[in-house]
Design a protein around this ligand. Structure first.
Ligand SMILES: [Zn+2]
Ligand SMILES: [Zn+2]
Ligand SMILES: [Zn+2]
Ligand SMILES: [Zn+2]
Length: 212
């Protein structure tokens, strides 16, 4: 091989490489780094991913979620700490695809002191509805001072009472006393067309305007 032929052969190799590279980009958008690596990839484990492999040229380039309830595969996801290239390694069965309800639970029945409440979520993907019980709150007791009952308002002895529902932990309710009425006194209007009964409670209340 003379000098000229050698030069042509070098050009031929260069053109072939350029052509292959162009073809490669055009057909699959493949990585320049794959053809002319500038470094040895340093793949580090990132996370497990679950779903169905997406292949490009026999290489897993992505893992797609499968519909809720379907069988899926497990993959170990790696990433190159130098260039960020991702790599997936099949790692057996991933069981069935669960619904996505993370962060989607909302209170639909408020819990009370003594009764459990309900939180409800709908799956982001298939809209299946999930409920979960929320424990009862339990009473929230505070100390209460004694309060004397009046004619119309109940009172209580000193004790402990729930802030939310009024349940008594200790102490007791004292029922309203009711009025102690005097005998009614009757008074006629000036034209004698109406008679009004009025009575007075021993504890000071006045009840008038009972038109008879
Ligand atoms: Zn790399
Ligand atoms: Zn679902
Ligand atoms: Zn309570
Ligand atoms: Zn009274």
């Amino acid at each position: 091989m003379n000098h000229k032929h050698f030069k042509n052969a070098r050009w031929g190799v260069f053109l072939l490489a350029a052509l292959l590279l162009a073809l490669c980009f055009a057909l699959s958008g493949c990585d320049y780094e794959d053809l002319y690596p500038t470094h040895e990839h340093n793949f580090e484990f990132l996370t497990n991913v679950y779903g169905e492999a997406v292949y490009e040229d026999g290489v897993i380039t992505d893992v797609k979620r499968v519909p809720c309830g379907q069988w899926r595969d497990k993959f170990e996801g790696y990433v190159c700490s130098i260039c960020g290239k991702q790599l997936y390694k099949p790692a057996g069965s991933g069981g069935t695809q669960p619904c996505e309800t993370t962060g989607r639970y909302k209170v639909t029945t408020e819990p009370t002191c003594t009764k459990a409440g309900v939180d409800t979520a709908t799956c982001f993907y298939c809209h299946k509805v999930y409920t979960k019980s929320v424990p009862a709150l339990g009473h929230d007791y505070k100390n209460v001072a004694a309060k004397a009952p009046t004619c119309t308002e109940p009172g209580n002895t000193a004790g402990r009472k729930c802030r939310r529902c009024g349940h008594l932990h200790s102490g007791e309710e004292l029922p309203a006393l009711g009025h102690i009425w005097s005998e009614p006194t009757y008074s006629w209007s000036a034209d004698l067309s109406a008679c009004t009964a009025s009575r007075v409670c021993a504890r000071g209340h006045v009840d008038d305007g009972q038109h008879l």
